[in-house]
Design a protein around this ligand. Structure first.
Ligand code: S3P
Length: 450
């Protein structure tokens, strides 16, 4: 028996309006729980993203010995066990769909001489883990069981990880972070060199928790991150800013639906995450960045977005890391823009929750949009979007949300075959969009196919 898929259909919208706050940032939420689990004493986290991916990290940290609860005011309290004091998990840690969660947790599994087993859903089990296992093996992690360096995995940590210098071969904050997290419990200095600036939440938050970490940026942009191992980790009080990746969906929806006027409050404005805003502004988007302020050591702002006549642009490879999760929704914006939008440096999209480059191209074509998919490029020819297609989401939350957004601006609406995975990052997506005036209704893809 095959599981019934939860399809959704987004109908053409007349206008979107309102002022809303997007849920907490996924990257910072994962790290808040993990880092708090390593501090002795109680940390508190406000605004945690309560999505499936993040709740999987809460369970993983409980398996390592942390106590984690939420109070009546939605504040999360984490009683950490201390750095180097993780317990051997008694059960297999099921990370569901969460690539960031499991890759960072593999760095933590290197903290002691014990066995940790990880598994996940079909999407996660197909994703490459060698990119983190390779450096972690050099630090002493032993891979006992794996499916060609994919999940399900059983690993044994060394008694103490060996510090090392590692140059990341792919632009990936997950790889950088896994090495740094293993290095936390190594005697001596762990150095990570990255040629491309990827999101720096790990660096910033480790310093906040008391680690001795320095970053040197060379004139060509290469960053050398040096972490002194075995710091004294102190519990923290964290306020999680709004997720700019989630904000991208209502932002693009407001741009492509006529007469829209939407304000998204409290979005994280860390420069390693603002590539989509920069690109949309170049395309002629009417986005005003308002009320810029600081919260918990991060820049945040409100984004006031009005419907806009967009034009096609070239998005350079150098910008890819700062908007790596935003290409599906950028492609949707591009479908409504005058002329061609050409995106370069997209190789990493092929190893996300699905092959996002081909899933995006397929969804565009299924809805009457002309595009050309290259090995690591995508060119979208914009104009009027007919819609009327059904998009396979391949267990990928961002493919689902991007094409539902497309439906709102299209002539006939757009359906997605399975929207269940939206709960991994933005569980309130449909009610959020409904509050702005969007009509998104259940859609039975199985019935349509039979
Ligand atoms: C993330 C890093 C990115 C991003 C993911 C979150 C993180 O992955 O796609 O959604 O929190 O470190 P890569 O580091 O593999 O590019």
């Amino acid at each position: 028996m095959t599981a019934h898929k939860a399809g959704l259909m987004a109908h053409p919208a007349r206008k979107l309006s309102g002022t809303l706050r997007v849920p907490g940032d996924k990257s910072i939420s994962h790290r808040s729980l993990m880092f708090s689990a390593m501090a002795v004493g109680e940390s508190r986290v406000e605004g945690l993203l309560e999505s499936e991916d993040v709740l999987a990290t809460a369970n993983a940290m409980r398996a390592f010995g942390a106590t984690i609860d939420k109070d009546g005011d939605n504040i999360w309290h984490i009683h950490g066990v201390g750095l180097g004091s993780f317990l051997e998990p008694e059960e297999i840690i099921d990370y569901g769909n969460a690539g960031t969660g499991v890759r960072l947790a593999l760095g933590l599994a290197a903290h002691g001489d014990f066995v940790t087993r990880f598994t996940g859903d079909a999407s996660l089990c197909s994703r490459p883990m060698g990119r983190v296992l390779d450096p972690l093996r050099l630090m002493g992690l032993e891979v006992l069981e794996s499916n060609d360096d994919r999940l399900p995995l059983a690993v044994r940590g060394p008694a103490r990880p060996a510090p090392m210098r590692y140059e990341t071969p792919v632009p990936s904050a997950q790889v950088k972070s896994a090495v740094l997290l293993a290095g936390l419990n190594a005697p001596g200095e762990t150095t990570v060199v990255e040629k491309v600036f990827t999101r720096d939440h790990t660096e910033k938050m480790l310093v906040g928790f008391g680690a001795d970490l320095t970053v040197d940026t060379a004139s060509d942009g290469t960053r050398t991150i040096v972490l002194k191992g075995q710091p004294e980790f102190k519990p923290q009080s964290i306020i999680v800013p709004g997720d700019p990746s989630s904000a991208g969906f209502p932002m693009v929806a407001a741009l492509i639906v006529p007469d829209s006027d939407v304000t998204i409050q409290g979005a994280l404005m860390n420069e390693s995450r603002t590539g989509l805003i920069k690109t949309l502004l170049e395309m002629g988007a009417d986005i005003t960045i308002q009320n810029e302020r600081e919260s918990g050591g991060e820049a945040i702002a409100d984004l006031h977005v009005k419907s806009s006549e967009l034009k096609g642009v070239t998005v350079p490879e150098a910008r890819a890391a700062s908007m790596i999760d935003e290409y599906p929704v950028l492609a949707v914006a591009a479908a409504f823009a005058a002329g061609d939008t050409h995106m370069e440096g997209l190789a990493e999209l092929r190893v996300k929750e699905c092959d996002r480059l081909s899933a995006t191209a397929f969804g565009l074509k299924a809805n009457g949009v002309t595009c050309v998919e290259g090995k690591d490029t995508l060119t979208v020819t914009g104009g009027v979007v007919p819609g009327g297609g059904t998009v396979p989401t391949h267990m990928d939350h961002r493919i689902a949300m991007a094409f539902l957004v497309m439906g709102l601006g299209s002539q006939k609406g757009v359906a997605v075959d399975d929207a269940g995975h939206i709960a991994t990052s933005f569980p309130t997506f449909t009610t959020f969009m409904a509050e702005l005036g969007a009509e998104i209704t259940p859609f039975d893809a199985d019935a349509m196919a039979s």
